[in-house]
Structures are given as C-alpha cells and as structure tokens.
Design a protein around this ligand. Structure first.
Ligand SMILES: Nc1ncnc2c1ncn2[C@@H]1O[C@H](COP(=O)(O)OP(=O)(O)OP(=O)(O)O)[C@@H](O)[C@H]1O
Ligand SMILES: [Mg+2]
Length: 288
C-alpha cells in the first residue's frame, strides 16, 4: 500500500509550519554544534505483570530543545513519561540527568535537581488568587521548612518574581482572580507558572493541550514555547499541529518501542510511522 504524503498530512499529520521561532530559540537546533544531552535513557523497560508496556527505549534529550513523544494509543508514551519522572520504577534500564544516574531517585529529589513534571500534578489552590498561588509556589522553592514560619518579610524579591511569572504566562490582568474562577486555558497558564516558580531545568508535560478548545490550544502552545526559552521541555502530545509548531525533535513510539526519531518533517515521512498511525485511525482508514 502506498500512501501519498498529501493524504498523510490531511488526515493525520497536519502540514508542518516552518519552525522559524524554534530555530531562533534554540541555537543547538541548527546542528552546528553537537547538542549536549541533558536527559538520557538507556534500555528503559517496563513490564506490568509480564506484559511489556515499554521494551527497551533509548532516548536522548538535547539541552534547550522541545522534545515530543508521540505515538498511537497504547504505544507506551505515558509509561515512558512516568518512568522518566520516576513515578514508575523501570523493570530494567537506566536514566541519567545531567550525566548523573538518577534511576534510583524519588520524584521529589529529581524535582530539587531541576527535573519537574507539570500540569497533571501541579499544586494550584482553587481558593487562592493567582498571585497567592505563585507566592506559595515561590515559598516552597526559596524558603526552607524551618524558616517558613518567619513569614513574608523575609521573602525579599518574591513580589518581583511574581510579577515576572505573571508576565511570562500572560496573567498580569488576572493576578487577583481566584484560581477557581479562571477559564480552563488560563488555569493551565497558572499551573505552568507554578512549575516555572520552581526554576526547572527540564519540564515534562503529559498532553498539555488535552481537553482544550482551539483558542486555548494556541494559548498553551505559545506559553510552552515561551517557557522553553532557556529550558528543556519533554512532552507527550497527541495534537500533531501543536507538535509540528513547536517540537524540535520527535520520538515516535509504537508498542513500547521507538520506531522513528527526528524533526517533524523527517518522522512524518517515515513509512513505519505512517503505517502505525493509519493502523490505529479508523477514521483515516475510511478516508483511504
Ligand atoms: N498500570 C498498568 N498495568 C497494566 N498495564 C498497563 C499499565 N499502564 C499501562 N499499561 C499498558 O501498557 C500499554 C501502554 O500504555 P500507556 O498508557 O503508556 O500508552 P499511551 O501511549 O500513553 O496511550 P494513550 O495514547 O492512550 O495515552 C497499554 O497497553 C496499557 O494498557
Ligand atoms: Mg497516555
């Protein structure tokens, strides 16, 4: 079966936008220098009672890049994500962060090192305002538990940091709105800001645009691109338009293995990738 690129793009992968911003943002993306690997997985494997959900994944995430993990349903994306963030323990394999083996670390220890998972477990308190939420997030980062009781007067430049975070995620106008009263897309922006408050070196996002309407997808996509300046982002994402817009590098998983890796253009032309997506999209099969 031959599949035309046109069909492929129309039905599954949306035509890629020139990733102009991406190239400017990430000097390393021009490949003039070998990229520094900030997060590295080797032979990552996860079995659930004998069922191999992830079977020996190697992954190199370059510092400063936005690296997307894609693949059809059940491919093992979330499992890899949970392994990388240490929410699952691998059956075998190693993970190195900034050259240090972190396979045995707990998620909280990894967060302190700068590897932070965002969105689904972000701590946003619904009854606090946007800026109060950011204050709490900053206190957690900068105040040791022992000094916590000393209160606001010792927090120095916290209000400046809050202002900077509000600007970064475009929430200045909402500083005094309770988190519970924010629209869904803005709640995501606040969640992202509480993660940024912890000054992550690498942020891992599982389906950041899931459940968002068109407008909010664009808002969150822009936010992630903005937040990725000077940081590294690994994201699991189903929205191919979003991936095409901002991912520097894409790893494609199928049945627990990486079957292709490269830029959006490269992976979207890969016959194995095309086949595995067509195989899992009944809607697309009808188009055929
Ligand atoms: N806790 C678990 N126990 C048993 N099997 C699991 C468990 N978690 C995941 N699996 C299985 O492992 C495989 C990979 O699941 P995973 O959730 O990682 O896929 P995914 O690529 O994230 O899928 P989706 O696109 O639907 O989110 C699936 O077959 C799933 O049923
Ligand atoms: Mg998943």
């Amino acid at each position: 079966m031959t599949v035309s690129t046109g069909l492929w793009r129309d039905s599954i992968f949306i035509a890629p936008h020139k990733n102009v911003e991406g190239s400017i943002r990430m000097g390393a993306a021009t490949h003039q220098h070998p990229a520094e690997i900030v997060l590295e997985a080797r032979g990552l494997r996860k079995e659930f009672r004998g069922y191999v959900a992830v079977g020996g994944v190697d992954l190199d995430v370059a510092r400063g890049s936005i690296h997307a993990l894609i693949g059809p349903n059940g491919a093992g994306k979330t499992t890899v994500f949970n392994l990388l963030t240490k929410f699952l323990t691998p059956t075998s394999g190693r993970i190195r962060f900034e050259g240090v083996d972190v396979t045995a670390e707990q998620p909280a220890a990894l967060a302190r090192l700068g590897l932070v998972r965002s969105f689904q477990i972000s701590a946003v308190f619904p009854h606090l305002t946007v800026s109060e939420n950011l204050e709490v997030a900053l206190q957690r980062r900068f105040v040791s538990p022992i000094k916590f009781w000393r209160g606001r007067s010792h927090l120095g430049d916290v209000s400046e940091r809050i202002a900077a975070l509000l600007s970064e995620v475009d929430l200045r106008a909402f500083a005094h709105v309770r988190a519970a009263d924010l629209a869904y897309g803005r709640k995501r922006a606040l969640e992202l800001a509480t993660t940024l408050a912890t000054e992550p070196k690498i942020m891992l996002l599982d389906e950041p645009t899931q459940g968002l309407g068109h407008e909010d997808v664009d808002r969150v996509t822009n936010l992630i691109r903005q937040a990725a300046i000077g940081r590294t982002v690994v994201m699991v994402e189903h929205n191919m338009k979003m991936v095409a817009r901002i991912a520097d590098r894409i790893s494609v998983l199928r049945r627990g293995e990486i079957i292709a890796e490269g830029t959006y253009d490269e992976v979207s032309r890969n016959p194995q990738v095309i086949e595995s997506y067509l195989g899992s999209h009944s809607r697309t099969r009808k188009t055929l």
